[in-house]
Design a protein. Structure first.
Length: 538
């Protein structure tokens, strides 16, 4: 039986547009001592910077320099565009070369600032690329931008750039600090509802289950945006869609964002190997995850196939390989295709991706569930020897390590399943409970982390052991973190059914079928959900 269809809610234009940036569209204001076309190029560059269109920003700032060789703020902009804090890209040597083209010393560069305000901005970028560790320089720059925003309280761009640095520097455990960061982005939006950076900075501050309602403010602002802009400006709303379980919107948004990124790549003559985590893998990760929640497994497999062919076409570039192995492992975990595990393990070893935690988690769980315990132990032991990743890390050197995956809870998951396969239920439950506790204390990332959430796996094992009340607590806890996740809805429905709570079970089955309104093919569990709801109507 096919599941029913529903109309898709299209929140973004479908047709691709040429992604050329013009500051007037976004109402960017940043007066400088320059004028004419040089000032226009400067403003276009700053707009592109906020849109995370960094290569375009560099081109505009360089055009401004050619038009006005002594225009200090154009060099400021070009240097700043080599710092991409949300992406954790920090090209210090390239930035210092830009500054040295303006003048050989910091004092000489400051002298070229046409106004005290320009000198304040120039001073700030100097500390960003001064001596010291990266964290020390970024903290110094954060403090410098705070001073600029306080000295010029009506300067919206000073507040926006300070807000950007606060997004990557605030203490996530400090609610006051976090809400102050959100306040600054909201203030920029109040002053300029079309500001190209503020919606992103707000979303990146509140993209968690507790604060997501504030992100709806930014999503509404983005829906009023013009069509021009880069892939990141299209993608960023999906951080909030994910937290609300809005899978259709999330899928459409990231499909379009990826098309925009590929369109930009083609128009600029770039190669696949030139792309990075954010303009390739991140977009596909979000889209595939939403497809898997929608039960559109064939479409999710298409992403695995696309990344596989792109990986070969790119000359096996690690940034494309990370997308391929990550999408393949995620597909196996979400669809329980354990027969694919040995081939994934062999290919990952050959390609140098065996130490990718998402791959190891998929291999370990699949091998344990299918009785290949030696392979499962190997995966768990390898995973346990990896360092825990740091939040917001995006360097290409770490792609093979599987960015953003918490190592310890994934290791405990595999060890728990190995113990279960050996008949040691007490050890299995102890390991799985520990995996949940560790994940609760160390939240990281938007997509489930690890890829198979510990609460879900623990709940499934508890159901298998006929402990539905305990299982239900795990699924309900998971659904507070990952709202609308299909496997958790199915687990909660089954637990409620075992407990004789038919109405509660039917509610969860109904939510699940809403996810699967256009599934291809019908996912396992859809028939039982339909049967449960048919019984309700009798």
């Amino acid at each position: 039986m096919r599941l029913g269809f529903r109309a898709l809610v299209v929140l973004l234009p479908v047709a691709l547009q040429a992604q050329e940036v013009h500051h007037r569209t976004w109402r960017i204001e940043f007066p400088t001592s320059a004028s004419g076309q040089a000032q226009e190029e400067f403003l276009d560059g700053l707009t592109a910077y906020h849109l995370c269109m960094f290569e375009d920003a560099l081109e505009h700032f360089r055009a401004a320099e050619k038009l006005a060789p002594n225009f200090a703020m154009a060099y400021w902009g070009e240097a700043l565009a080599h710092h991409r804090p949300i992406w954790s890209i920090y090209e210090r040597d390239a930035a210092r070369a830009v500054l040295n083209r303006l003048a050989p010393t910091a004092e000489a560069r400051l002298a070229k600032g046409g106004t005290p305000r320009e000198k304040a901005y120039l001073s700030a970028v100097e500390v960003l690329y001064a001596d010291g560790t990266t964290s020390e320089r970024e903290q110094a720059y954060l403090d410098a931008m705070r001073r600029v925003s306080e000295q010029y309280p009506d300067d919206t761009e000073a507040l926006a750039l300070y807000s950007l640095m606060k997004v990557v520097g605030y203490d996530r455990s400090d609610e006051r600090d976090r809400m102050d960061t959100a306040r600054m982005s909201l203030e920029v939006l109040r002053r300029n509802p079309l500001h190209p950076g503020a919606p992103r900075y707000l979303i990146q501050t509140v993209d968690d289950a507790l604060h997501a309602p504030l992100g709806l403010v930014a999503v509404r602002a983005l829906q009023a945006w013009p069509e021009e802009g880069g892939s990141e400006s299209v993608h960023i709303s999906s951080h909030i869609y994910l937290l609300y379980g809005m899978w259709d919107e999330m899928e459409q948004t990231n499909a379009r964002a990826f098309d925009v990124s590929m369109d930009w790549t083609k128009r600029h003559g770039a190669k696949l190997s030139d792309l990075n985590l954010h303009n390739y893998q991140h977009l596909l990760d979000f889209r595939q995850y939403s497809l898997l929640q929608l039960g559109r497994y064939r479409d999710a497999q298409d992403i695995v196939d696309r990344t596989s062919s792109d990986y070969v076409a790119s000359g096996r570039a690690p940034q494309i390989g990370g997308a391929y192995f990550g999408s393949r492992a995620r597909y196996i975990l979400e669809t329980n295709q354990w027969d694919q595990v040995p081939a994934l393990a062999d290919e990952a070893r050959t390609a140098g991706f065996w130490r990718n935690p998402t791959v190891l988690q998929a291999v370990g769980i699949g091998a344990a569930k299918s009785g290949k315990l030696d392979l499962a132990r190997n995966a768990a032991q390898t995973l346990a020897g990896l360092p825990e990743p740091q939040a917001r890390t995006a360097s290409l050197a770490q792609l093979r390590a599987g960015l953003g995956t918490r190592v310890q809870p994934a290791t405990l998951e595999i060890e728990g399943l190995i113990a279960l396969a050996q008949g040691d239920e007490d050890t299995a439950l102890s390991k799985l409970q520990a995996s949940v506790e560790h994940a609760d204390k160390n939240p990281m990332g938007l997509l489930p982390n690890p890829s198979k959430p510990p609460q879900e796996l623990y709940g499934e094992v508890l159901l298998k052991l006929n402990r539905p009340a305990e299982a239900l607590r795990q699924f309900d806890q998971e659904l507070e973190l990952y709202r609308g996740r299909s496997a958790a809805l199915l687990g909660a429905a089954r637990a409620n059914m075992q407990l004789g709570r038919q109405v509660a079970a039917q509610k969860r089955y109904s939510e699940l079928l809403k996810n699967w309104h256009n599934a291809n093919p019908n996912p396992p569990g859809s028939d039982e959900a339909l049967k449960a709801l048919q019984n309700k109507s009798r």
